[in-house]
Design a protein. Structure first.
Length: 346
């Protein structure tokens, strides 16, 4: 079999959830964001796992993502949809009992037409200028908003604790919502780590659950093992891969492994700093990343391994992200559809 295996450590996910939950007081709920198919790890699997551990609230980006989550968690947990209620969405919200986070007065009117008493939430824009009602859109709806299940907003710079925008957004959020008797949520992973002022009634981490920055103490969750399909000796002076991009200085043992940029392994990592691991022994990635293949210098091994690991506890999603010029979120959500996802505890 030449399919790569993505091992997903479910104990680490729950450990990360619990560690984030412990940042906030007991009366603050900690939800789980499982958008983008659970950050690439399968929203149904992740939400099913967390709901068994009594996580009661989930967030997805678009209504369609709520279907797999509802099927996995049963009828009780709340599932909020960040994009709110878009045209033609009503039936899916009804059928799967999803809760829109209404982002505009237009969405609010649509909600009033399509639903009578069903629960809804509101998303405010407090300075990110991306999604949500601004203060002046919200003000005329303020009385009606008192029956919302939840009011949220999102921080633009929470991964930089010293950034003045955090406190500015916090103040704006308070100014718009103080005095309303509605549960409130401002913090994602970064905001959860900013401290209690940011917690309100609910924190809603995503990336930290999956082992990513800005949650420094996170336990790594994923291990990606890619089968070796061939190994050859390359003589000094010969080149490897497209463009003859890499030239052997000495005779080199090269392994070819079965994954590439079609699996979300960003081509830009072929710049020298990334390794593939045989257990914990690092072997340099050499040459260009192809669509389905990567070449690795395994000269330091005295055997040809069955597989090599691109992601593990030493080379985490954030280490790989750094090499690719991106962020851990993009590494996770790019994890390939061709991988076999295996859920293991411990
Ligand atoms: C993605 C997202 C989250 C989760 O963010 P993380 O940084 O992954 O913790 C929370 N709230 C909103 C509105 C989001 O879009």
């Amino acid at each position: 079999m030449s399919q790569a295996i993505l091992n997903i450590n479910t104990d680490a996910i729950f450990h990360n959830w619990r560690t984030l939950d412990e940042q906030s007081a007991n009366n603050v709920e900690t939800a789980a964001v499982v958008k983008a198919d659970g950050y690439g790890l399968d929203a149904g699997q992740i939400s099913g796992l967390l709901s068994k551990k009594n996580v009661r609230t989930f967030f997805v980006a678009i209504a369609e993502e709520g279907i797999a989550v509802r099927k996995a968690v049963g009828n009780t947990p709340d599932i909020f949809v960040f994009s709110g209620l878009m045209p033609n969405d009503a039936s899916i919200f009804h059928k799967y009992n999803l809760i829109p986070l209404l982002n505009s007065s237009e969405q609010f009117m649509r909600y009033k037409t399509e639903f009578n008493e069903a629960p809804f939430g509101i998303q405010l824009d407090t300075g990110m200028n991306r999604l949500g009602m601004e203060a002046e859109d919200f003000f005329p709806l303020r009385d009606k908003a008192s029956c919302a299940s939840l009011i949220i907003s999102h921080l633009a710079c929470a991964d930089e604790p010293a950034n003045a925008q955090n406190i500015k957004q916090l103040k704006t959020f308070c100014k718009i919502t103080n005095g309303l008797n509605v549960r409130r949520s401002l913090a994602a992973t970064g905001g959860t780590l900013l401290g209690p002022d940011y917690h309100f009634d609910m924190c809603r981490p995503g990336v930290g659950l999956y082992g990513g920055m800005p949650f420094k103490q996170a336990e790594p969750v994923v291990k990606l093992s890619i089968p070796v399909i061939q190994s050859r000796k390359v003589l000094a002076g010969e080149t490897v891969g497209y463009g003859g991009h890499w030239t052997a200085i000495n005779d080199t043992q090269v392994a070819t492994i079965a994954a590439g940029y079609a699996d979300g392994i960003i081509r830009a990592i072929g710049n020298g700093s990334v390794h593939l691991y045989a257990n914990n022994i690092p072997c340099p990635l050499i040459g260009r990343v192809s669509m389905d293949l990567i070449t690795v210098d395994i000269s330091r091994l005295d055997y040809v391994p069955n597989s090599l690991d691109l992601l593990n506890d030493l080379q985490t999603i954030d280490v790989l992200a750094e090499a690719a010029g991106t962020i851990g979120y993009e590494i996770l959500t790019s994890l390939g559809a061709r991988y076999v996802r295996k859920y293991i505890s411990g």
